[in-house]
Design a protein around this ligand. Structure first.
Ligand code: ZN
Ligand code: ZN
Ligand code: ZN
Length: 126
């Protein structure tokens, strides 16, 4: 064993443990000791759309065949559109003539934002 390994300074190197598996284990490149750690490194292909008009994507690991999926929308910019006009009136007060009149009226407009996926037409709003 090299001096540095015997002092605990191993030369860490991740290695695949089998051909069809994406699990790597950590070994020391100098003394070969298994360092007791594992990780998974997949070799995924590019994301591919499953249907022409849907946003579901899938990619497959070239090594172990593991599949992963996601939904990836292709949204346009946020669109602003103005909705209904609302007015707030403060409480009614009896006028001198006996008919109720609003004391003050303030109007405001509700503004919505939405964006649409150019691929599947899914609409997201906020
Ligand atoms: Zn070592
Ligand atoms: Zn894999
Ligand atoms: Zn979409």
């Amino acid at each position: 064993m090299s001096l540095r390994c015997s002092l605990g300074f191993h030369l860490d190197e991740w290695k695949y443990i089998s051909e069809k598996s994406c699990t790597q284990e950590l070994f020391c490149a100098r003394c070969g000791r298994n360092r007791g750690r594992k990780r998974e490194i997949h070799d995924y292909s590019e994301w591919e759309f499953l249907f022409p008009d849907k946003c579901d994507q899938e990619h497959v690991c070239r090594r172990c065949g593991d599949k992963a999926s996601r939904t990836y929308h292709n949204y346009s910019e946020w669109d602003e559109y103005r909705g209904e006009v609302r007015s707030d009136t403060s409480p009614l007060r009896e006028s001198l003539h006996g008919s109720p009149t609003p004391v003050s009226v303030s109007t405001y407009q509700i503004v919505h934002y939405s964006r649409k996926c150019e691929r599947c037409s899914h609409v997201e709003s906020r």
